[in-house]
Design a protein around this ligand. Structure first.
Ligand SMILES: [Zn+2]
Length: 307
C-alpha cells in the first residue's frame, strides 16, 4: 500500500461516518504533531508525517488549559506527547469545532478524565442520534462522557489566560454543527473544517452541510479578519486573510463554472468528465477530495437543497 493510499484509508475511515471513533489502520510512518505558537500561550498543532486528524488549537496559561478538537484514537499518544511538551497541566476545557471523528475521536478519553467538553447543540445531537464506532468497528451509542456537557445555539464566550475567545456557530457549512473560535484580542481564529487551506474542502451534505453555507461561513470569517490575523484551518497549514480570500474565490469560481454547465443541460457525469476545475485548481486535489469529488460536491450543492 502506498503512503497516499494509507493516508486515504485513514482519512476515509475518520470522515466516512460522523463522529466515528473507529481505530484507523496503524500507519508505519512516524507521525507527530508540530506546535506553532501563534500568540502568547496560544498554539496551533498540526500533524506531520501523515494524517493525524484535524488541526488542534491550544491555550495555556494561569487560568487553565483549553484544547480545540482532539483528533483520533490512533493519534492520542502522539497528541498527549505534543501537549506534554507545552504544558504539564491537565486540560480543563475541550471545544469541538464539529462532530467528525478526526476532531472528536478522543472525547471519551478526555471526558473520562473530567475535561469539560463544549460544542454546538447540533454536534451533540449528531452524537446522540448516530452514535459512534468503537475501537472494534462496532456501532455503539455515544458514551456519555464523550458528549459535550456544555452546548450553545449561537455563541459562547471564554475569558481565560488573558484571551477573549468568541465561539460562534456557522450554519449549514461543513456540517450543521460547525463552530469557529475567534480569539479576538490575540487576532487568531480557528475555523475547524469550514476552511481547508490550500486543498479542496469536504462538505458533509449528509450532516447538514451545504455549498452556499460553506461559502457564506468563509465570508463571515473574512469579515472578522485583517492582514495580521492568524487563521487556523481544520486541515492544511496555518493561513492568513489572503489564503481565505483565495478559498472563497475558488469556491465561487467553481460554483459558477459548474452552474453554467448545468444551465447548458449537462448531466453530473458529463460535467465530471469535462473536468472544469482542472485548468485552474488541480493542485488543490488530495487523497480524500479528488478533483472529481470536488466537482461532484459543487454539482450536488447546486442541485439539491440540504437542510
Ligand atoms: Zn470534518
Amino acid at each position: 500500500m502506498t503512503m497516499m493510499k494509507k493516508i486515504t484509508v485513514l482519512l476515509a475511515l475518520s470522515l466516512s461516518f460522523i463522529c466515528s471513533a473507529k481505530e484507523p489502520i496503524k500507519s508505519e510512518t512516524k507521525l507527530s504533531w508540530k506546535a506553532i505558537e501563534v500568540s502568547d500561550g496560544l498554539y496551533m498543532l498540526m500533524g506531520v508525517g501523515g494524517f493525524t486528524g484535524g488541526n488542534l488549537g491550544l491555550s495555556v496559561g494561569d487560568d487553565g488549559v483549553v484544547l480545540i478538537d482532539d483528533a483520533m484514537p490512533s493519534t492520542l499518544d502522539i497528541m498527549n506527547k505534543a501537549l506534554a511538551d507545552i504544558t504539564a497541566k491537565d486540560i480543563d476545557f475541550l471545544i469541538n469545532t464539529h462532530v467528525h471523528g478526526d476532531h472528536t475521536g478522543n472525547n471519551k478519553t478526555l471526558g473520562d478524565k473530567g475535561v469539560h467538553i463544549v460544542g454546538h447543540k447540533n454536534l451533540r445531537r449528531h452524537l446522540l442520534v448516530k452514535g459512534v464506532t468503537n475501537a472494534k468497528g462496532k456501532q455503539i451509542d455515544a458514551p456519555k462522557s464523550s458528549l459535550p456537557m456544555i452546548t450553545f445555539s449561537e455563541s459562547i464566550d471564554f475569558h481565560l489566560n488573558g484571551l477573549d475567545a468568541h465561539v460562534f456557530h456557522l450554519p449549514h457549512a461543513h456540517t450543521d454543527g460547525d463552530s469557529a473560535i475567534h480569539f479576538t484580542n490575540a487576532n487568531v481564529i480557528h475555523m475547524g473544517d469550514t476552511f481547508f487551506n490550500k486543498m479542496f474542502p469536504y462538505i458533509d451534505f449528509n450532516s447538514g452541510g451545504s455549498l452556499d453555507g460553506y461559502i457564506e461561513a468563509q465570508k463571515t470569517v473574512l469579515g472578522l479578519v485583517d492582514d495580521e490575523t492568524k487563521i487556523i484551518p481544520g486541515h492544511g497549514p496555518l493561513a492568513n486573510k489572503a489564503d481565505l480570500e483565495a478559498s472563497i474565490a475558488m469556491l465561487e469560481d467553481a460554483r459558477s463554472m459548474v452552474a453554467a454547465l448545468i444551465e447548458e443541460g449537462k448531466t453530473e457525469k458529463e460535467i465530471v468528465n469535462l473536468n472544469p476545475l482542472e485548468a485552474k485548481y488541480k493542485d488543490l486535489h488530495w487523497s480524500f477530495i479528488t478533483i472529481q469529488k470536488m466537482t461532484k460536491q459543487i454539482y450536488r450543492g447546486l442541485t439539491t437543497v440540504e437542510m
